[in-house]
Design a protein. Structure first.
Length: 141
């Protein structure tokens, strides 16, 4: 993987996750090193997000993440400092693989949506870049 300073929007991938269909319902499973390319160190989820609220608004120096809409939908606005794009997630068998050095904002949460985040590292406040000014300096812009 590229270093965070070198990462770009092109390194962010949409991943179709395996889905096992069953008459009693579907299941999607993720394992470190198989469906998920990094070792899973932390899992958390966002829910009960009021209409119009946004989450994220930061970048990471070293952390990789899979972001999944396990229920409902939301969009992720991304920038590497040069290019930007927006991805809408609305299927529990699809993830966005975020690499380090990408600014993200989670927006447009539908009612009842749940955002699952699978992370490559434990929580570390020092890994966060919390302002666009600091992000531009970090990326050398």
């Amino acid at each position: 993987m590229k270093r965070a300073l070198e990462s770009s929007i092109d390194d962010v991938k949409i991943i179709d996750l395996p889905k096992v269909k069953n008459r009693a319902g579907n299941i999607t499973a993720l394992s470190s090193g198989i469906e998920c390319p990094f070792e899973i160190k932390r899992v958390y989820y966002l829910y009960d997000i009021p209409a119009g609220e946004e989450r994220g608004g930061h970048a990471h120096r070293d952390l990789e993440q899979y972001i999944i809409a396990v229920s409902g939908s939301f969009s992720i606005k991304l920038t590497d400092g040069n290019k930007a794009k927006e991805i809408t997630l609305n299927r529990p068998d699809r993830a966005v693989h975020l690499v380090p050095g990408i600014w993200r904002e989670l927006i447009d949460f539908s009612s009842g949506s749940i955002c699952l985040v699978i992370a490559s590292r434990h929580y570390d406040e020092n890994d966060y870049i919390r302002s666009l000014e600091e992000f531009a300096i970090f990326k050398g812009q």
